[in-house]
Design a protein around this ligand. Structure first.
Ligand code: SAH
Length: 225
């Protein structure tokens, strides 16, 4: 009995399943693919030691360098909105800990995902976390994600996990026709999660996906300073 308890404390499996159940009950998790992905990705691996005990609470947590990992419900909302088949090429802006991109990588059985992180120390840690979690279809790049990542463009989907004052034009340019950009746009302290579909004839169709609060997207097409 004691042994079983110790084991579950160690790998947080019970806590993770309980979190997934709550996200389902609350309506954030809808599809089997996103539900399975959130069951499989161990969020505690991505957190600093002192935050691991809170890994399966539904809230953002500090991860150093003034940055936060998003709340699990936000990861679920965004992963559902991307509506991936599993063979796409995807770009994330704001790798942070590497957790969110790992949830996407878990869905992309045949696809791949690139993630840009501006803060070098976080990019390095994200790579280590991703390696520990065992994902081989993720590449983390250090740089200014408001410029996108031309080397691998165009993408089926791009998602941004930091708050933008406006939509950075390079991200629209680097989307395939029919592609989807998911980005929080608004003020520094409150944003609207916005999905933008680029139609086959290059038109942009915007949809409001609800309110959210992210740390600022800095860089050429983001907040200055
Ligand atoms: N997706 C992350 C959490 C993102 S927090 C996770 O799962 O842990 C937002 C991240 O965006 C921070 O790490 C911040 O450093 C990064 N960021 C801010 N501006 C950026 C930019 N222009 N390019 C790339 N990353 C940026």
């Amino acid at each position: 009995m004691l042994r079983r308890k110790k084991e579950s404390e160690h790998n947080y499996k019970d806590e993770r399943m309980a979190m997934v159940d709550k996200l389902k009950t609350w309506g954030y998790l809808k599809s089997k693919k996103v539900t399975d992905a959130m069951k499989n990705v161990p969020r505690h691996i991505f957190l600093p030691e002192d935050q691991k005990p809170y890994a399966y609470e539904d809230r953002p947590l500090p991860v150093g360098k003034n940055q936060t990992i998003s709340a699990p419900h936000m990861v679920a909302i965004m992963a559902e909105a991307l509506d991936l088949n599993g063979n796409e090429k995807v770009l994330e802006i704001g790798a942070g800990t590497g957790y969110h991109v790992s949830v996407v990588a878990e869905i992309l059985k045949e696809g791949s995902v690139f993630s840009i992180e501006k803060i070098e120390a976080l990019a390095k840690k994200a790579k280590e976390n991703i390696e520990e979690a065992g994902y081989t279809n993720i590449k983390v790049i250090t740089g200014d994600g408001t410029l996108g990542y031309k080397e691998e463009a165009p993408y089926d989907s791009i998602f941004v996990t930091a708050a933008a004052p406006d939509v950075p034009p390079p991200l629209i340019d680097q989307l395939k026709p029919g592609g989807l950009l998911l980005i929080p746009v608004g003020s520094r302290y409150q944003q609207t999660l916005t999905s933008i579909t680029k139609t086959k004839d290059g038109e942009l169709k915007k949809k409001n996906q609800g309110g959210c609060v992210f740390v600022p997207l800095k860089g050429k097409h983001g907040w200055k300073g």
